[in-house]
Design a protein around this ligand. Structure first.
Ligand SMILES: Cc1cc2nc3c(=O)[nH]c(=O)nc-3n(C[C@H](O)[C@H](O)[C@H](O)COP(=O)(O)OP(=O)(O)OC[C@H]3O[C@@H](n4cnc5c(N)ncnc54)[C@H](O)[C@@H]3O)c2cc1C
Length: 347
């Protein structure tokens, strides 16, 4: 595996992921069964009423039906999924060539090429693999900007529990809060249940995300100060939550989507996850869909390895299904966007 980042924990990983039953089952199936008890110990059951609250935390409406799911920390999940794999870091893919014999040579900045029977581009919304395989498929900027961060979850914030999973709105911005309460702290859970796995030492936290007006910016402020500057007169616990955020895990994100359109002739290069179907996070389905891809492709490749079909027809089967549910996931996420960011400009 080749990763552009200089290390697995090198980049902002501030947020949690809410997985649905399909996404969570896909993770389980991709992991060895001996790690299932560990996986079950480092997640949290989510159930949120999805209220709309004013800045003093009074209920003023409902976002929709309540939402349930299983919450995982993105960084912890990443460590678990990468355990046991050979990961070449600081390896940014810059292009590839399909060779006469049918295999693929991938090229990287600052390191030599690598050759394989199949290249899977799981390289996110700006995918370099997609740039060669499907150059007309490009990201669309929705104009939505999130400032996102996290704050250690202490007793001080006990009064905010009704706000978790809700949208707090006022002054042209919305604030979304979500708790991450590990059943057991991940590092301790791994030490007890799977000593061969090393997980990061992370405690419980609240993930917060402020949706800014279209094309909003930090205006030269830190992420925290930019959020606080828009919260004059808000409930003191909400202001304290932002004030005590972890500065290394607070940042501005632009929300872009990728809609899978153009099909290519199946060959020894394919795409997975945001590289081919990037959703708006308001859909809560991007990681779920990426994990579904991973599990489906894994099953097809095992079938090919066992001689049940050849590699290219295995990849073709994967792509046929993935294009259909991937497009549906992007559509679904865009339909939900106006409830969170009324002035968004989806494609
Ligand atoms: C704020 C926020 C909240 C979200 N919440 C949810 C949620 O609750 N539930 C949900 O299902 N989804 C959620 N999502 C969506 C989810 O995060 C993405 O769909 C998911 O991370 C996609 O995974 P991926 O592996 O396809 O891409 P990424 O997570 O983007 O990973 C791509 C990887 O490829 C590497 N890379 C990029 N370019 C290169 C290159 N040229 N060479 C080598 N390596 C490269 C990157 O460094 C990165 O490690 C959320 C997204 C955001 C922004």
């Amino acid at each position: 595996m080749f990763e552009r980042d200089p290390g697995i924990g090198a980049r902002f990983q501030g947020y949690r992921l809410v997985l649905n039953l399909i996404g969570f089952q896909a993770v389980r199936d991709c992991l060895p069964a001996r790690w299932h008890p560990l996986l079950d110990e480092i997640v949290m059951d989510a159930s949120a009423e999805q209220l709309i609250l004013d800045p003093r935390l009074n209920e003023i409406g409902r976002l929709g039906a309540g939402r349930t799911g299983i919450v995982v920390d993105r960084q912890v999940l990443r460590h678990l999924l990468l355990t046991g794999l050979t990961v070449h870091t600081d390896a940014m893919l810059t292009g590839y060539d399909v060779r006469a014999g049918g295999n693929v040579e991938a090229r990287f900045a600052r390191r030599g090429p690598a050759t394989a029977d199949l290249l899977v581009g799981a390289d996110g919304v700006t995918s370099a693999v997609r740039g060669v395989l499907s150059p007309r498929t490009t990201p669309t900027d929705t104009g939505v900007r999130f400032v996102i961060g996290r704050t250690p979850l202490t007793e001080e914030f006990a009064g905010l529990s009704t706000a978790y999973g809700s949208k707090i709105t006022g002054g042209g911005v919305s604030l979304l809060l979500g708790a991450m309460r590990f059943r057991t702290p991940p590092k301790q859970a791994a030490e007890r249940l799977a000593p061969e796995v090393t997980l990061p030492d992370i405690g419980d936290y609240v993930r917060w995300a402020m949706i800014l007006p279209p094309d909003g910016s930090l205006g030269g402020l830190s992420a925290q100060d930019a959020v606080l500057s828009r919260m004059e007169g808000w409930h003191p616990e909400l202001r304290a939550l932002i004030d005590q955020a972890d500065p290394d895990n607070s940042t501005l994100l632009s929300i872009r989507v990728v809609e899978p359109g153009e099909r290519w002739a199946s060959g020894p290069v394919t795409l997975l996850g945001d590289a081919i179907h990037a959703t708006s996070p308001t859909g809560g389905n991007g990681a779920n869909t990426a994990l579904r891809d991973a599990d489906l492709l894994r099953r097809r490749l095992i079938g090919a390895g066992e001689g049940r079909q050849d590699l290219l027809s295995a990849v073709g089967d994967y792509e046929r299904q993935m294009f259909e549910y991937g497009a549906e996931a992007v559509r679904g996420s865009l339909e939900k966007l106006p409830a969170f960011a009324p002035e968004a400009r989806p494609s």
